[in-house]
Design a protein around this ligand. Structure first.
Ligand code: GLN
Length: 248
């Protein structure tokens, strides 16, 4: 039986707004198709993980204080993580984790949290709390060559600069900066985004994109995922798109 191994980073520290839901959606959509899903967690004090041995690495959002707490620990794995990214392990990074994979995150108090420098972008929190990016957000992303509306919720003071290759273009909400037109960062095996929601519960297509990528990379063959009944998810998406795009 084909198996996908997932590493879930800092589940006890980086779980703002239920980002654990992304792990649950991945597990459900992997197992529903008859594949096996093995989930390991890592947090401060645990044995160092071998990032290259995983198919997917997931890390969620966190408030400035949580980011400060774990940054010294995360930095220890800078080289291992860079190596895993280059080898093609899929990284799904939400908000605070997205920020920490860049050069640095300057918190709202002005303190600099060094990032992993895996990517060249950097983030600085906006001091004007009225410009904190909070609310529903819809972007348009290119997924498997298809323009796809991606729906979520954002809550970040961080303003991210110098992304080279965004996750999507903002249709409603803020994105990388207050009033920005672009959101997140994406490469072949990385989706880094401000979208909570949880992201994958509102966007099953993104979940399947990640699952398909991970299976095809691991087993070196084309994998056509069996369609799942997403009637409920699609009805929810229709309502949200209507509410935020058609009525505004
Ligand atoms: N603390 C970061 C910010 O305020 C990230 C917040 C989050 O993960 N939702 O920008």
């Amino acid at each position: 039986m084909k198996e996908i191994n997932i590493l879930y980073l800092y589940p006890d520290i980086l779980d703002l707004y239920g980002d654990i839901g992304n792990i649950k959606v991945l597990q459900y959509r992997i197992e529903k198709r008859g594949f096996s899903c093995k989930i390991d967690t890592y947090s401060i004090g645990d044995m160092a993980p071998d990032f290259s041995s995983y198919d997917i690495v997931f890390s969620g959002g966190g408030a400035d204080n949580e980011q400060k707490i774990l940054s010294d620990d995360l930095i220890k794995y800078k080289d291992n993580i860079k190596k895993a990214v280059l080898e093609g392990v899929f990284f799904l990074l939400i908000c605070g984790s997205y920020q920490l994979f860049g050069k640095y995150y300057k918190g709202v108090e002005g303190n600099i949290i060094p990032g992993l420098e895996v990517f060249d972008y950097y983030t600085e929190a906006i001091s004007d709390r009225k410009k904190r990016c909070i609310g529903n957000i819809i972007i348009e992303a290119l997924i498997d060559g298809e323009e796809t509306k991606v729906i979520g919720f954002e809550n970040h003071g961080g303003q991210t600069y110098d992304t080279n290759g965004n996750f999507g273009n903002v249709l409603f909400g803020n994105g990388n900066k207050f009033g920005d037109l672009t959101e997140g960062f994406m490469t072949n095996n990385v989706i880094a985004t401000y979208l909570h929601g949880p992201l994958l519960s509102k966007n099953p297509k993104i979940a399947d994109y990640i699952i398909k990528y991970a299976l095809e990379r691991k087993y070196d063959e084309q994998i056509d995922l069996e369609e799942l009944d997403d009637t409920f998810e699609e009805k929810c998406r229709e309502q949200l798109i209507k509410r935020f795009l058609e009525n505004n």
